[in-house]
Design a binder for this molecule. Structure first.
Ligand SMILES: NC(=O)c1ccc[n+]([C@@H]2O[C@H](COP(=O)([O-])OP(=O)(O)OC[C@H]3O[C@@H](n4cnc5c(N)ncnc54)[C@H](OP(=O)(O)O)[C@@H]3O)[C@@H](O)[C@H]2O)c1
Length: 320
């Protein structure tokens, strides 16, 4: 098969489009003929920062396609079925081999491109807001990094749950697109002070919950923006910098910090039920994920560059 792979960490140029052996199918796995690959924020961080476990390494968390073969122990999934799947690596290829507990069925009416964007962004957003963040109707949430895949999902899920949604992005144009998805207030993190604006918008009280998708230097502002006894869901570091937290900031405000590692829960029956519902809502147009641009997999380096540097709104896809 053909795949996009890398042997060392670095900028998108480390990705090479090459021949690779077809994956070997285990007894409880399915082999998927990939139709569309969504580039996840985590794919960019992994390529840049996480040493590949073996060389060359085929990265990538998520892809949608058609089951081409099933392992000897597989029940409930069959050849020809349309699915979207997660794995810790391997989606940037023509064939994606995945344990059955990371496979989610698709309605045939849903196209593979849109389907490929669903599980990690929508599931992470849902868990960060509700399972770990405890968001309730009437509360205010600040979504730091609202214009990325997880952020766009979080804006919609928080808004329809009856929360007041504040989101940050790098441009006013992106903030206005987020408003059309249900965001109440936007903060341009390049030209405005996040903490000052969040306090102003909450009458000086501070937000109930922060969902931090960006990490980096702004973490200090997020601690100022959250209320006494507020919660922070620590989810991502799309700014490229891993922050460290102020010990006394957490004590002084009696904060609750919740780390979120959605991939570690994606095999659970509760997550399968949640994702089945979210897939249905995307398929029926109740939830949206804009697709900014599509590249052939052979141009994986250009696709990663675009996802990382061009500030896409929504997902960047690759097609094998
Ligand atoms: N813990 C988990 O289980 C989990 C699951 C999924 C994802 N993640 C992580 O969550 C993060 C977001 O994922 P994603 O898929 O949404 O990424 P993405 O689609 O690549 O979007 C990242 C967004 O971050 C924003 N951003 C970048 N630098 C920023 C800064 N300094 N301040 C505020 N916003 C900034 C960008 O917004 P602008 O373009 O407006 O600048 C961009 O839209 C990634 O780090 C990913 O690894 C974690």
């Amino acid at each position: 098969m053909k795949a996009a792979m890398y042997s060392k960490n670095g900028s998108p140029e480390v990705l090479e489009y090459r021949d690779a052996p077809d994956p070997t199918l285990g007894p409880d796995q399915v082999l998927i003929r990939v139709k569309a690959i969504s580039i996840e924020g985590g794919d960019l961080l992994n390529r840049r920062l996480v040493p590949p476990p073996s060389f060359p390494h085929i990265g990538g968390y998520q892809a949608a396609g058609i089951i081409e073969a099933t392992g000897s122990d597989v029940t409930g999934l069959s050849v020809g079925q349309h699915v979207v799947a997660f794995n810790w690596a391997g989606s940037h290829a023509e064939l994606f081999c995945v344990p059955t507990h990371y496979v989610y069925s698709l309605p045939e009416s849903l196209d593979f491109e849109l389907a490929s964007t669903i599980p990690v962004p929508f599931g992470t957003a849902d868990d960060s807001l509700f399972e770990f963040g405890g968001l309730a109707a009437g509360e205010t949430v600040l979504i730091q990094g609202a214009a990325g895949g997880v952020g766009i999902a979080a804006v919609q899920l928080a808004g329809r749950a009856g929360a007041t949604v504040i989101g940050t992005s790098s441009s006013d144009e992106r903030l206005s697109r987020l408003r059309s998805l249900g965001m109440d207030h936007g903060i341009n993190y390049r030209s405005e002070d996040i903490a000052e604006r969040a306090l102003e918008l909450t009458g000086g009280k501070g937000v109930d919950l922060v969902v931090d998708l960006a990490g980096g230097n702004a973490v200090d502002d997020l601690f100022k923006a959250v209320r006494y006894r507020g919660r922070i869901a620590v989810v991502g570091a799309s700014s490229g910098d891993l922050p460290s937290f102020g010990f006394f900031d957490i004590i002084r405000k009696s904060l609750t910090l919740a780390g979120v590692s959605f991939g570690r829960e994606m095999h659970l029956p509760r997550v399968h039920r949640m994702l089945d519902g979210l897939i249905d809502e995307v398929a029926t147009g109740k939830l949206h994920m804009p697709i900014d641009r599509t590249f052939p997999l052979s141009e994986a380096a250009a696709a990663h560059w675009y996802a990382e540097e061009a500030h896409p709104f929504g997902r960047v896809l690759m097609i094998p």
